[in-house]
Design a protein around this ligand. Structure first.
Ligand code: AMP
Length: 483
């Protein structure tokens, strides 16, 4: 299939060609004609599948078709809601890229930065707003934005928005919108919450699904390197230097851990920078830009800061700490192997992370290959921890032949449920009504409005903390049924 067959105008086809795309991705081929037909869409597609262009291109086409040409009367006509500032910024970049030949303009609205420049740009008049829910609500309530003229609403990464507790904010935003509008909902997963949101929001949507990464991420090779906790950093430096890796995204569970690790890597003469919710938006943007330009080799990120990061051709992702929520693993490794390119996801796993590893493998429905790195294996695992079996047996027999590591050895800091809770609070954009947040960090609620509060937890995570088995409910396949 060719982009020309999708019904997009010459200006958009030219922009797509200049972006270097020759063929539409599956989600683009499926979604673009449906959106152009003015239908609502419920699409199951993850980051990396080309979903941004799948909604941006037809959105730009529709807005151009009915553009009045009178600049004075410019009112926002399309609204894209995203869970994070970074994703909002990236969608805005795509809108500018694909719309380069059009007379439409856009603005991005998120917390953590001054509100006045946003007010000024809204005053000047925009066609498209890309926003995170909290700051947009600020504007709508003042009101410094009028959303009553919105024709197209896009919820990007809707599942992440719900995970982050944005449901009430989304509902409040929707109240500012006109009843008659086109709705496009993109989500990587399809759980009961998404079903409920979709059934209340979408009007006879066309259901579109493309293959999910955790079933088809065959382009991403995954490997586990076991190591004792105290030698994780050393092993990471070794892998990066030994493989002469030039661009690596490393995930840590905590902001503190991200800071510490990036400093340690610098001590090891590996250029690194950290990106997380405690950094100012300016510092986050700079860190990402330096990493994208190749000025730093390693970007150390926490899950929420990394959500939505689109880094072209990222070859390596490292899980320095395994995530507590297995779905986060899928999101993490989705940063590599993007748009048809191969990539490598490495997990540096210490004995007290065996439970997380098991849960991830259960979600993937397969075992991840284990490779022992000579010099960093059993002899280095701290005494008291059970030892791994031989490399061959481990690799060949997967989990069954794997060391029976304890899931949560007593006294090991940072691994227990309480420390998980403590550590994971304080990340990402905050919902104004995050139940988990309001229980654990009472001050977190107001922090969102100022753009500095960063507490987030998902319902899945809550269940996990209660010691119950993590449900895979939130990761069901999209199905044709809305029930
Ligand atoms: P997304 O899923 O929207 O985050 O897109 C992932 C990456 O795929 C981005 O870097 C896009 O620039 C790239 N991309 C989007 N559409 C295409 C296409 N048709 N061909 C090649 N790359 C694409």
């Amino acid at each position: 299939m060719d982009f020309k067959e999708l019904g997009l105008r010459a200006e958009l086809l030219d922009a797509v060609r200049k972006a270097g795309y020759t063929t539409p991705t599956p989600i683009q081929a499926k979604a673009i004609p449906v959106v152009l037909n003015n239908q609502d869409v419920l699409a199951g597609a993850q980051t990396g599948t080309g979903k941004t262009a799948a909604f941006t291109l037809p959105m730009l086409e529709i807005l151009s078709r009915t553009q009045s040409g009178v600049k004075k009367s410019r009112r926002p006509r399309a609204l894209v809601l995203t869970p994070t500032r970074e994703l909002a910024a990236q969608v805005a970049e795509s809108v500018a890229l694909y719309g380069r030949n059009l007379r439409l303009n856009s603005t991005v609205i998120y917390g953590g930065v001054g509100i006045n420049p946003q007010i000024n740009s809204l005053k000047r008049g925009v066609d498209i707003i890309i926003a995170t829910p909290g700051r947009l609500l600020d504007h709508a309530s003042r009101p410094t934005v009028d959303l009553s003229t919105i024709e197209i609403l896009v919820l990007d990464e809707a599942d992440r928005m719900l995970d982050m507790g944005f449901i009430h904010d989304i509902k409040r935003v929707i109240k500012f919108l006109p009843l008659k509008r086109q709705n496009l909902l993109f989500s990587a997963t399809y759980n009961d919450e998404i079903k409920k949101l979709a059934s209340g929001l979408l009007n006879q949507p066309e259901l579109i699904e493309v293959a999910r990464r955790n079933t088809t991420a065959e382009l991403v090779s995954q490997v586990v390197h076991p190591v004792g906790r105290t030698r994780k950093r050393e092993l990471l430096s070794h892998i990066i230097s030994d493989g002469n890796w030039k661009q690596v995204l490393v995930f840590t569970r905590t902001k503190h851990g991200a800071n510490r690790l990036s400093k340690q890597l610098i001590t090891d003469k590996i250029s690194a920078t950290a990106i997380h919710g405690d950094k100012t938006q300016g510092a986050r943007t700079r860190a990402l830009a330096d990493f994208k330009r190749g000025q730093v080799r390693v970007l150390v990120a926490t899950d929420i800061a990394a959500r939505g990061l689109d880094i072209d051709k990222l070859p390596h992702v490292v899980n320095y700490d395994l995530p507590h929520v297995p779905e986060d693993y899928v999101h993490r490794i989705g940063r590599t192997g993007r748009a048809g390119l191969s990539g490598e996801a490495v997990s540096i796993v210490c004995p007290d992370e065996s439970l997380q590893l098991r849960n991830i493998e259960r979600l993937l429905g397969k075992k991840i290959e284990v490779k022992l790195i000579p010099g960093y294996t059993k002899e280095n695992i701290p005494t008291g921890s059970p030892q791994p079996t031989s490399p061959r047996r481990t690799a060949k027999h997967g989990v069954k032949g794997r060391p029976k590591w304890s899931s949560n050895p007593a006294g090991r800091s940072g691994s227990g449920a309480s420390s998980k809770r403590r550590d994971s609070v304080g990340e990402g954009e905050t919902s104004s009504r995050n139940k988990y947040n309001s229980r654990s960090t009472p001050k977190g609620e107001n922090a969102d409005r100022k753009g500095s509060g960063e507490a987030v937890e998902s319902s899945t995570r809550k269940r996990f903390f209660k010691g119950k088995r993590v449900t895979t409910n939130s990761n069901q396949r999209f199905s044709g049924s809305k029930s």
